[in-house]
Design a binder for this molecule. Structure first.
Ligand code: ATP
Ligand code: PRP
Length: 192
């Protein structure tokens, strides 16, 4: 399947492909589950980070696409004594876009935290005194390093998932099933 416009450069929000039965829609990462839940899109690609924050009712999650691999981490300033803070049971201020994930993580550890919701550039928060820690995605670690931060806990590995509208899967099974199979084979091939 080939997109007829380059999604990276085109300003179009609906991109046709060489397959008349497949159109691609361009949405913000956090909006992908919403489009698929409402059936405005039959299928979508969403990061597990996004799915953890979002209600996934009405969605079928058949495949880990094994792309966009990274880790959800807790990070602090290099000079912040995280171990001592945890040991003392002191309240931690945590800035993140991933409020639900962070809340669940610290609750499971029995830690008291104040969560500060941000929409991006979380790495800035500990540098300017907004928070003691952040919960964010880390891949190479270069963003943390460039901002004198270090990861102190891994919450979980993250990757992109295929999501499918459950009703569409039933009603359009003949169209959707071959696409799922194509994704499955592509993953298999990648893994050798
Ligand atoms: N460093 C990374 N390595 C691998 N995958 C990543 C990384 N950062 C983000 N991702 C994945 O890419 C998706 C989109 O990234 P992100 O949430 O940063 O959006 P964005 O590119 O900032 O877009 P927008 O500004 O529209 O929200 C995430 O949901 C996540 O699954
Ligand atoms: O460990 P690294 O390889 O440096 O990757 C980590 C960075 O990647 C993500 O941001 P992204 O690139 O998606 O940018 P944005 O969220 O700021 O748009 C994440 O929020 C980190 O800032």
């Amino acid at each position: 399947m080939v997109a007829l416009d380059d999604p990276e450069t085109s300003r179009k929000l609906i991109i046709t492909t060489n397959r008349p039965d497949v159109r691609l829609i361009m949405v913000r990462a956090a909006d992908v589950p919403t489009y698929v839940q409402y059936g405005a899109a039959d299928m979508g690609v969403a990061g597990k980070d996004v799915l953890l924050e979002h209600d996934t009712s009405g969605l079928y999650l058949p495949l880990d696409l094994q792309i966009a691999d990274c880790r959800m981490m807790v990070a602090v300033r290099n000079d912040f004594d995280y171990a001592a803070t945890v040991f003392q049971g002191a309240r931690l201020r945590v800035a993140t876009k991933y409020v639900k994930t962070a809340r669940d993580h610290f609750a499971a550890k029995g830690m008291h935290v104040d969560l500060i919701k941000l929409y991006g550039s979380m790495e800035l928060a500990p540098l300017v005194g907004l928070a003691d820690a952040i919960v964010d995605l880390v891949s190479t670690g270069s963003t943390l390093k460039a901002n004198n931060l270090r990861a102190v806990e891994e919450i979980m590995p993250i990757s992109a998932r295929l999501i499918v509208n459950q009703a569409a899967l039933k009603l359009k099974y003949q169209a959707i099933q071959p696409l799922l199979e194509t994704f499955r084979l592509a993953i298999q091939k990648k893994n050798g």
